[in-house]
Each structure stands twice: as C-alpha cells, then as structure tokens.
Design a protein around this ligand. Structure first.
Ligand SMILES: Nc1nc2c(ncn2[C@@H]2O[C@H](COP(=O)(O)OP(=O)(O)O)[C@@H](O)[C@H]2O)c(=O)[nH]1
Ligand SMILES: [Mg+2]
Length: 238
C-alpha cells in the first residue's frame, strides 16, 4: 500500500464525482486529475481512539499516550487502496482534539464523503451519545455516508456495547449506516480491513453515480433520437 500525506491547498475542494479539484466558488480546474479520492472524517467522543485510528491509518503505529499529537503535525493523511483493480485514495481527517473544546469548524465536515462514527466498545456512554454526532454530520456534511466503528475490542468489560445495542441503534437512526466494524487500535485487529471495506463501499457508490450521470447527459451534437441510450428508452417504453 503506497503512502502519501495530503495537504488540501486552500481554496480547493476535491470533486469526487469528476475526479478533480474545483475552487470553492464552483469553477472547475482542468489540472490535478488522478485516482478518485474520498474524504473521511473521524467523529466521536474524546478518548474513544480517533487519533489512534488516524495513527494506525497513517503509519500503522500505536501509542498509549492520550491526546498525543501526530508527530508531523498533520491532521490529514491519505492512503491508496485497490478496488476492483483500480486505485482509490482515502483521505482521513482527525479532529486534532477540537472535540474537547466542543468546536469543530465547518471546514472539517465540508466535502466529506464519509464519517467514521467512533465509540469505545467498553464505554456505553460513548455509544449512546452517537445520535448527536449523526445530527452534526447530516447538518454539516450533506450526503456523507456514515460508518460505525467500535474501538477497544481488545479490552474486557462487563457492560460492553453488544450486538443488540448496535442493531437497536441502527434501526433507530433509520438504517443510515453504511457499515459497522469492531476494531482494536492497540493490537491492530480489523483496522486495515475496515478502511479497505470503506474504500470499496465509497468507490462502488461513486461508480454507480457516474454511470447514472453518463446515462442522463446528452452529448453535444447528439440528439436524443440519435443517442443509443435514449433510443433504447424510447423503444422499451413503446
Ligand atoms: N487498550 C486500548 N487502548 C486504546 C485503543 N485505542 C486507543 N487506546 C488508548 O486510548 C486513549 C485515547 O485514545 P486517542 O486516540 O487519543 O482518543 P481520541 O481522543 O478519540 O483521539 C489513548 O491512551 C490510547 O492509547 C484500543 O483499541 N485499545
Ligand atoms: Mg484525538
């Protein structure tokens, strides 16, 4: 897996649908095409292991030190994945501890393709508060897919978040979840598989959108009558 640290140039946003960057005023730039890139934001209470997930993602390391800043001072990192023989990039964003000040700026959410909703498996409070985070995501990151991540799978606790809790929560939030994982940042269990699965889900969803777009766009100089797709639609509907 190749590794690259990514700084998003100020004033530019990645447009996943077109695989290039556009200025925030909406004007598309012709430069910078490449592998489709999906922005994932980490959400959840302080102490659930968001920065630990970030560190596992970035360089597959773990530290017991709480609130440890990333050594290179970046809160975004990118990794490449293969999905169906295609290169896909995930860019993971960490809050950098901002959740402690109850302030996460809108730029954190802006353009997010997915949110990874983190809780600690052995701390039910961090789980029961997640509906508030879902509200924040829905309000600030329109269209972002939401994934659930229970961390601390290596720890034993009597009152663990169990499968029934997860099922109830999934039902309560109207099945908005696109995936649910249980991982341990400490021993690394399932962390890599989780990100690979997210890459798959996000890329497949995007590929579906691209196909739909192609079907709906009428090419310049091609009248709907000439166009195969439209012909087919006309023929099947008659
Ligand atoms: N045992 C165990 N400890 C963990 C795990 N993930 C994180 N921690 C520890 O939990 C504390 C909080 O983690 P951190 O990543 O700073 O949480 P954040 O506040 O959500 O960013 C740190 O001391 C980590 O070393 C895990 O899977 N198992
Ligand atoms: Mg943190």
């Amino acid at each position: 897996m190749s590794q690259e640290y990514c700084l998003v140039a100020s004033g530019l946003q990645y447009d996943t649908l077109n695989n290039n960057y556009r200025q925030k005023n909406g004007r598309r730039l012709t430069m910078a095409t490449g592998a489709p890139t999906y922005k994932i934001i980490l959400c959840g209470e302080y102490g659930v292991g968001k920065s630990s997930l970030f560190r596992r993602f970035m360089n597959d390391t773990f530290s017991m030190e709480k609130g440890k800043k990333s050594t290179i001072g970046l809160d975004q990192a990118s990794q490449s994945f293969q999905v169906g023989g295609e290169e896909v990039k995930l860019t993971l964003w960490d809050t950098g501890g901002m959740e402690r000040m109850s302030f996460i700026g809108q730029s954190y959410y802006r353009g997010a393709n997915a949110a990874l909703l983190c809780y600690s498996i052995n701390n039910k409070e961090t789980f029961s508060i997640l509906s508030q985070y879902i509200l924040d995501i829905v309000m600030n990151a329109e269209g972002a897919k939401i994934f659930l991540c229970g961390n601390f799978a290596d720890c034993e606790a009597e009152d663990r978040v169990n499968d029934a809790d997860i099922e109830n929560f999934t039902r309560e939030c109207g099945n908005v979840l696109s995936g649910s994982y249980q991982v341990s940042c400490k021993d690394g269990t399932s962390v890599k598989d989780m990100f690979a699965d997210m890459a798959r889900v996000l890329h497949r969803e995007n590929a579906k959108k691209m196909t739909l777009r192609k079907d709906l766009v009428i090419q310049p100089g091609v009248t709907p009558e000439d166009d195969d797709i439209h012909k087919k639609k006309c023929c099947t509907s008659s």
